[in-house]
Design a protein around this ligand. Structure first.
Ligand code: G3P
Ligand code: CA
Length: 252
């Protein structure tokens, strides 16, 4: 199994929804910004359309980040492509559109790794794992992605279908036995909410051969997390953890 986050020892900076602190999340502009801010990889979220495409958007509904209404999954790709996915963030981004996963994979190929979060609930997409694998094969990027989800059933199914693809379980709690959660889902990495991570959890992950990469909002304390030895941090503003890492490297 390759390192889930990349090809070298960590820690890694993952641009959360691209660079969601600086550009409309989950758009091509946001992904470009993440790379420009020295993210090692990009995280994004996927949902299916009514006509069998995968699109990159966080919520199951359109209202928060577009000028559309209703469920993503009841709209066709053509309908979703009509929507403005940038003005909600700032009017200067009015030309931003919802990307397809394929558009992002094509952009990313040979350039950056992608963490793909399978979104499930309250609507569940029974074939999203197969759809994802078909997209990865279409762009020949199985080796360039990691798959993550709060839906551990989805993670387990993905690993049954494609054991070679690294996968992580997302969770937001101080679990009694996070390693057992990972084992139950055949996952390679723990992805806890940052505020509930402990040094004991980091050490337990590593002792079990798992990686650990916390996530959270812009209030994350990167000095605290990196000092605990986490393998990656997810950041809306990738320049912030990068600055901490640069400072630590400068002190050596
Ligand atoms: O993928 C980690 C993190 O993105 C999970 O939370 O709600 O931002 O998708 P969310
Ligand atoms: Ca996500």
């Amino acid at each position: 199994m390759r390192n889930a986050f990349g090809d070298r020892p960590g820690p890694y900076v993952i641009g959360h929804r691209g660079a969601a602190g600086y550009a409309p999340e989950n758009t091509m502009v946001s992904f470009e910004r993440g790379i420009a801010l020295r993210a090692d990889a990009i995280e994004l979220d996927i949902h299916p359309t009514s006509d069998g495409e995968l699109v990159v958007i966080h919520d199951p509904t359109l209202e928060r980040t577009t000028n559309g209404r209703g469920l993503v999954s009841t709209h066709s790709l053509a309908q979703l492509k009509e929507l403005d996915a940038g003005t909600w963030f700032d009017p200067s981004f009015r030309d931003c559109r919802i990307p397809t996963l394929g558009e992002v994979l094509e952009w990313a190929r040979g350039r950056t790794k992608i963490l793909i979060e399978i979104k499930q609930g309250p609507i569940f997409y029974p074939s999203i794992e197969e759809m994802l694998l078909a997209a990865l094969d279409r762009f020949q990027v199985r080796n360039d992605v990691m798959v993550i989800s709060f839906d551990h059933h989805s993670v387990r199914k993905l690993k049954q279908l494609a054991p070679e693809i690294p996968a992580g379980i997302l969770y937001a709690g101080r679990c009694i036995d996070p390693v057992a959660l990972a084992r139950a889902a055949s996952a390679d990495a723990l992805m806890p909410h940052w505020a509930l991570v402990t040094k004991e959890e980091v050490d337990a992950a590593h002792a079990a051969g798992l990686l650990i990469g916390p996530w959270g909002g812009q209030e994350q304390n990167y000095e605290y997390l990196l000092a605990m030895g986490v393998d990656a941090v997810l950041a809306d503003c990738p320049d912030r953890p990068r600055k901490v890492m640069d400072e630590v490297a400068g002190d050596r």
